[in-house]
Design a protein around this ligand. Structure first.
Ligand SMILES: Nc1ncnc2c1ncn2[C@@H]1O[C@H](COP(=O)(O)OP(=O)(O)OP(=O)(O)O)[C@@H](O)[C@H]1O
Length: 282
């Protein structure tokens, strides 16, 4: 019972976001973007230059836990290490009335999850491969900096100016760093989660396999009367794409690097010789 009361108190009172219209330091909150595992994200205006930025606040209930400030400090370290046009830039960090904030550039646009599920955008195989190439190139850039994202999923890619942007570096780790902050070990997780959370290129490659499937399923129409089958039975894929996904999902000898996957994607795109180069259709 006590635990339930603490959870209720934390979610309704302690972790209640600041309301739009509130000024924090030199930032005016315009919207609450969402509450994640360790923080609350806001869209805000920097009053010094009028630019839109994202503020991430450590949840007050996590202030003194290993999940709070340490996770934010790590995200700051990650973002400030990177300099890529399709990744948010770290701008500033500060403390306001005991709350820790991290400020980063705002990427304006729908996430791929919103585009596929809310806007019902569909992607054919060729367009999905083109999009995967752009996303894999960002992931390859991270790996060149010894960084594993560990959360490459459609809600973490924003579509802006006809390009994908990768966000949410809350789970990212440099090679050699511990996969968790707390005492729990990776081996406590079930096997698929272990694969996704390993601090190794294989975890991002595995995630890219699921990412690819999400894109390809956007143009799949289920047969209401048929029972659910595996992706290999439901999707009609070209042999090249089918083989790439099997390797990403580790069903066949896996790729060791994102570059190997990129080579296969480039071969496929060259050989497909497609004239319709719209990224997707509605
Ligand atoms: N730089 C950014 N530009 C635009 N939107 C962003 C940016 N960073 C985060 N968001 C949006 O803010 C919301 C909250 O993001 P955040 O990264 O805090 O957490 P999350 O993905 O909900 O959870 P978690 O941190 O547990 O993965 C998401 O909807 C995300 O799309």
């Amino acid at each position: 019972m006590w635990n339930k009361i603490v959870t209720w108190w934390n979610s309704t009172m302690r972790d209640r976001p600041y309301a739009p219209g509130r000024q924090i330091d030199r930032y005016l909150i315009t919207k609450v973007l969402g509450t994640g595992s360790y923080g609350i994200a806001y869209l805000a205006k920097d009053l010094t230059d009028g630019s839109d930025v994202v503020l991430k606040q450590v949840k007050p209930s996590l202030r003194l836990s290993p999940k709070g400030e340490a996770m934010q400090a790590y995200e700051q370290k990650v973002l400030s290490t990177l300099s890529h046009p399709q990744i948010p830039r770290w701008l500033h960090s500060f403390t306001y009335r005991k709350d820790s904030f991290l400020v980063m550039t705002f990427i304006d646009g729908p996430t791929l999850e919103e585009a596929l599920f809310d806007q019902m955008i569909t992607v054919d195989e060729y367009s999905a491969a083109r999009l995967m190439k752009k996303i894999a190139e960002i992931v390859a850039h991270l790996h060149e900096h010894r960084l594993i994202h560990r959360d490459v999923r459609i809600p973490n890619v924003i579509w802006h100016n006809d390009e994908p942007y990768l966000i949410d570096f809350g789970l990212a780790r440099f090679l050699g760093d511990s996969p968790t902050y707390s005492a729990e070990a990776l081996s406590d997780y079930h096997s698929e989660k272990q694969l996704k959370r390993e601090v190794a290129p294989s975890s991002d490659l595995f995630a890219l396999g699921h990412f690819f499937l999400f894109l390809l399923y956007s143009s799949y129409t289920p047969d209401e009367n048929a029972s659910e089958q595996s992706w290999e039975q439901e999707l009609s894929l070209s042999p090249a794409i089918h083989a790439m996904i099997r390797r990403l999902l580790q069903l066949d000898p896996p790729y060791h690097t994102v570059k190997q996957f990129l080579c296969d994607l480039e071969d496929y795109l060259r050989e497909s010789n497609h004239s319709n180069i719209r990224p997707w259709s509605q």
